[in-house]
Design a protein around this ligand. Structure first.
Ligand SMILES: Nc1nc2c(ncn2[C@@H]2O[C@H](COP(=O)(O)OP(=O)(O)OP(=O)(O)O)[C@@H](O)[C@H]2O)c(=O)[nH]1
Ligand SMILES: [Mg+2]
Length: 318
């Protein structure tokens, strides 16, 4: 199938074509880079929301409700759910996790799961690529759901236009101790499971903590929203908070700046990946055999300089 055929299918939100385009990208099949460049001019229309938080906080439940609410406003949503496939969390912990299967048949919603381990290339790059496919297909919102434990999962939500961090009342005592990375990326905090005791105290602790932060007119002060995901409570307020952050980012031009930065980092990463793979395939093989045949290895910095010099002459010789 030609990329122009894909374009037509994507523009029609043909779920089969969308799924095929995503597979091509995930497996890095022939033509995937060309496809991404072809769809690129049709991107940047979707608003990207990152939803993260500790395991079991209710990310999927809230994502599910939020997506449903968005569709009642006549808008469409693409969801990219990054599944932790680590052997440590694969079992009991995920026993009662929510699957978003009831949304799968909604024609205004597209759901894609991504395994966080074993993906080709970087996880973050893949998630951005897949988001581009959904963006080009004209979905109004794209939601990334990732569990806020690993660095690469955090990187994904950092690329979103608005980042939602979901916590639960039990995090109250430990808010001070909460992973700093998770606290800093939040544009909106969701206190989910507010049906449980301690929600208000936890919110108070969070507010105190946020009040110590420096800010100027270009800094957004994170909003805090109370939800009960399972009862569909507080979801409207969450959407309003997201909208309000969006409005702020547009007024202060931070949205444009953030997207430019995101693009810059993306191209930078592509160059790094391509250069590294070229370097290693051309010179590292020799280096490996050199190492294994010598009893005392050459010191590391000296080795590195030698390899770079070798690579430069390899380039010149071409
Ligand atoms: N009491 C209560 N339970 C909730 C609420 N929201 C979600 N849950 C329950 O919490 C459990 C975990 O919910 P999920 O939505 O799967 O949480 P998650 O953060 O997506 O979990 P992982 O993706 O596995 O990290 C499920 O049993 C939900 O029914 C809530 O507001 N109150
Ligand atoms: Mg989940």
């Amino acid at each position: 199938m030609k990329s122009t055929d894909y374009l037509a299918g994507l523009r029609n939100k043909d779920k089969r074509i969308i799924a095929r385009a995503i597979s091509i990208i995930e497996t890095e099949s022939a033509g995937h880079e060309h496809l991404l460049d072809q769809i690129f001019p049709h991107t940047s229309n979707a608003y990207r929301i990152g939803i993260t938080g500790p395991p079991g906080a209710g990310k999927s439940t809230v994502t599910n409700q939020l997506a449903k609410l968005i569709t009642t406003h006549g808008k469409t949503v693409g969801i990219i759910a990054v599944d932790p496939t680590s052997p440590f969390t694969g079992g009991a912990l995920l026993g009662d996790r929510i699957r978003m299967s009831d949304l799968a048949n909604n024609k205004n919603v597209f759901i894609r799961s991504m395994a966080s381990r074993g993906s080709l290339g970087g996880l973050n790059e893949k998630a951005s690529d897949i988001a581009d496919v959904l963006d080009s297909a004209g979905y109004d919102f794209i939601i990334f759901e990732t569990v806020g434990v690993g660095q690469s999962e955090l990187e994904i939500v950092k690329t979103a236009d608005s980042t939602v961090v979901i916590i639960v009342p039990e995090s109250g005592d430990s808010i001070q101790a909460m992973k700093a990375g998770l606290m800093e990326i939040a544009d909106i905090f969701v206190m989910n499971k507010s049906d449980r005791p301690g929600a208000d105290q936890a919110i108070a602790a969070l507010k105190t903590m946020l009040s110590f932060r420096d800010h100027d007119e270009k800094t957004w002060i994170p909003e805090i929203v109370k939800t009960i995901g399972t009862e569909n409570r507080g979801i409207n307020e969450l959407l309003i908070a997201i909208d309000s952050h969006r409005g702020f980012s547009e007024r202060t031009n931070t949205l444009v700046e953030k997207r430019k930065e995101r693009h810059l980092q993306r191209v930078r990463k592509i160059v790094e990946t391509k250069l590294m793979s070229e370097i290693w395939t051309n010179i590292f093989t020799n280096f490996e055999s050199e190492i294994s045949s010598s009893s005392i290895p050459v010191p590391p910095y000296q080795s590195a300089e030698k390899l770079i010099t070798e690579y430069k002459s390899h380039i010149k010789a071409r």
